[in-house]
Design a protein around this ligand. Structure first.
Ligand code: AOF
Ligand code: ZN
Length: 331
């Protein structure tokens, strides 16, 4: 399980949890695998493929995995049946899958005569995916908040100009995340002020792979002829409540949403405790009396501060992007 937990931390957070697996052969050999992120192979499949390459006899091996093997067909097939077909007869897993659509793998395996041990190092596995688990239990998507700001925490100068505060390197980096999420959300204020497209693009402006769903939240109407009004995929959520918006997104099949602003939307998601991951790009410029990155956060005293730590799991953080600094933080 130590090897599986360590392998899990190599994946990318998002719609799916971090999951690691280890195949323990009868002779003590350990081969690990992990889930890279939504849309890629599950950890068990990765580990079994590597074990086969290593010539391990799976019928006498134990599959150790940080999450209950899934029992559904989502972006990939059910791991429970995959393990049966692979000839695995013993499974040890840390936590049950809190996703009601995917859970039930342990029961399926037991029903087919596989020995299943549950709950091994459950606290560590739970801590690794605490925010993803909370999102599952609340039936809402996983939320990443992106802020691109000046050294003094501004997202626009006093006259409203904001293009561009951060470097081309930062913007290209942010677009790689856009290509991995299911939806990008902004408030109507940002939609009216910036006329964004909310698409994932390569540095030369071409669309980059699967496109996220554009989402705008708030009561004001979009300007006719704006990019978002013209995009037939745009979802307009007429609410001010972040949790109501997130529930609507979950119902629309969104597992991971990137919140991109503006200040009131960012503040509202943070104040509601609904930010699972914070991506902070800081450019070495000062904007003085410009627009603050956050509004309505409702922190009156230091004890109420929203505190974050650098995420020890996931890909190494590129701390510098051109002249900017980048932080990937979790509550
Ligand atoms: C596993 N092993 O490595 C992961 C699991 O859309 P899919 O097919 O990727 O399924 C996503 C769901 O599967 C996810 O919400 C979670 O319940 C489970 N993740 N399960 O057996 C894995 N990543
Ligand atoms: Zn699976």
């Amino acid at each position: 399980m130590s090897a599986a937990l360590e392998a899990a931390a190599r994946g990318e957070r998002g719609a799916n949890p971090l999951v690691g697996a280890a195949v323990l052969a009868a002779d003590g050999t350990v081969v690990t695998g992990w889930h890279r992120g939504a849309g890629t192979s599950h950890a068990e499949v990765d580990a079994v493929q590597r074990a086969r390459t290593a010539g391990i006899d799976l019928s006498t091996a134990t599959m150790v995995v940080t999450l209950e093997p899934c029992n559904h067909t989502g972006r990939s097939g059910p791991c429970s049946q995959f393990l049966l077909d692979a000839g695995i007869r013993r499974v040890v897993h840390a936590i049950d899958d809190p996703n009601p659509r995917a859970s039930g793998g342990a029961a399926h395996l037991r029903a087919h005569g596989v020995e299943v041990v549950s709950g091994v190092r459950a606290e560590e596995a739970e801590r690794l995916n605490a925010r993803w688990i909370a999102a599952q239990r609340a039936a809402r998507p996983y939320v990443t908040l992106k802020l691109a700001q000046s050294l003094d925490g501004r997202i626009a100068a006093a006259d409203g100009t904001s293009r561009w505060i951060t470097s081309a390197e930062s913007r290209a980096h942010a677009h790689t995340l856009r290509a991995r999420v299911d939806a990008i959300l902004v408030g109507t204020g940002t939609a009216l002020a910036d006329d964004p497209r909310l698409t994932a693009r390569t540095p030369d402006g071409r669309p980059a792979g699967a496109q996220p769903r554009p989402v705008v939240m708030g009561f004001r109407e979009l300007a006719a002829g704006s990019h978002l009004a013209r995009d037939p995929r745009t979802l307009h959520l007429r609410t001010r409540d972040p949790l109501t918006a997130l529930r609507a997104l979950a119902a629309a099949g969104v597992g991971h949403v990137l919140v991109e602003g503006g200040a009131h939307i960012a503040g509202a998601f943070l104040a509601a405790g609904l930010v699972d991951e914070l991506h902070l790009y800081t450019a070495p410029i000062l904007l003085g009396d410009g627009l603050p990155a956050l509004a309505g956060l409702d922190v009156g005293t230091l004890a109420e501060a929203h505190r974050f730590v650098t995420d020890p799991a996931g890909p190494a953080v590129p701390a510098r992007l051109g002249p900017d600094t980048f932080h990937r933080l979790v509550p």
